[in-house]
Design a protein around this ligand. Structure first.
Ligand code: NI
Length: 183
C-alpha cells in the first residue's frame, strides 16, 4: 500500500487523531446547505487528500482530522493512478447478503491490522465535491473502504467489529507503541 506513487500536494497537512480519542467515537453531523458548511468542506477537502496521500493511506474521514462533519475521502489508486473520490453526507442505501473478509488498517490506529467481515457489496448515495448527487455501487476493496470510512462518521472504528478480546489486544498494543513513540 505504501509503495504506490501518491500524488504530492502543497495543501497543509492535518494532524490525525489517534485512538482511543473521544472525538473518534462521536457521531459526525451532516453537512448542511449553505455557505458556512460549504466553505468548511471546500477548505478541508484538499487538506484531507494531502493528509491521506502523505500518510500514506487509501481513505480518511473528517472526524479523524477532528472535523465533526460527514465528509470522507478515498483513493485506491487503481493502476497506480490517482482516482480521488470525495463523499459528502454519504448514505449506504443497500448492502449485499454476501460477506467478505479483508484485512483492514486505519490511520487512527497506525500499524494495527485485523481481518474484518463486512458485506461484500454496497450501494452508496453521496454528494461530490461540486455538490452533485451521486450513487455508486461498489464491490471488492472499494466496498470495504467505503464502509470503513462511513463507520468513522458514526464514531465506529474497525476494531469495534472485532471480538472484545481481539480489540483489547490491539488497543493495548497501540497504546504501548504510541507511548514508546512519545518517549
Ligand atoms: Ni480508518
Amino acid at each position: 500500500m505504501a509503495t504506490k506513487p501518491y500524488p504530492v500536494s502543497d495543501a497543509p497537512l492535518l494532524p490525525i487523531l489517534i485512538a482511543p480519542h473521544a472525538r473518534l467515537k462521536a457521531k459526525a453531523r451532516a453537512v448542511a446547505n449553505g455557505d458556512t458548511d460549504a466553505d468548511a468542506v471546500r477548505a478541508i477537502l484538499p487538506r484531507m487528500f494531502a493528509t491521506m496521500y502523505a500518510a500514506p493511506g487509501i481513505g480518511l474521514a473528517a472526524p479523524q482530522v477532528d472535523l465533526g462533519l460527514r465528509v470522507l475521502v478515498i483513493d485506491l489508486m487503481p493502476n497506480d493512478k490517482p482516482a480521488p473520490l470525495a463523499m459528502i453526507n454519504p448514505e449506504i442505501l443497500a448492502v449485499s447478503d454476501e460477506l467478505s473478509m479483508r484485512e483492514e488498517g486505519c490511520l487512527s490506529l497506525p500499524g494495527m491490522y485485523a481481518e474484518v467481515t463486512r458485506p461484500a457489496r454496497v450501494k452508496v448515495r453521496y454528494m461530490d465535491a461540486t455538490g452533485a448527487r451521486k450513487e455508486l455501487e461498489a464491490d471488492d476493496l472499494l466496498a470495504t473502504c467505503i464502509q470503513h470510512e462511513v463507520d468513522h462518521l458514526d464514531g465506529v472504528l474497525f476494531v469495534d467489529h472485532l471480538s472484545i478480546l481481539k480489540r483489547n489486544i490491539i488497543m493495548r498494543k497501540l497504546a504501548k507503541e504510541q507511548k514508546l513513540k512519545r518517549s
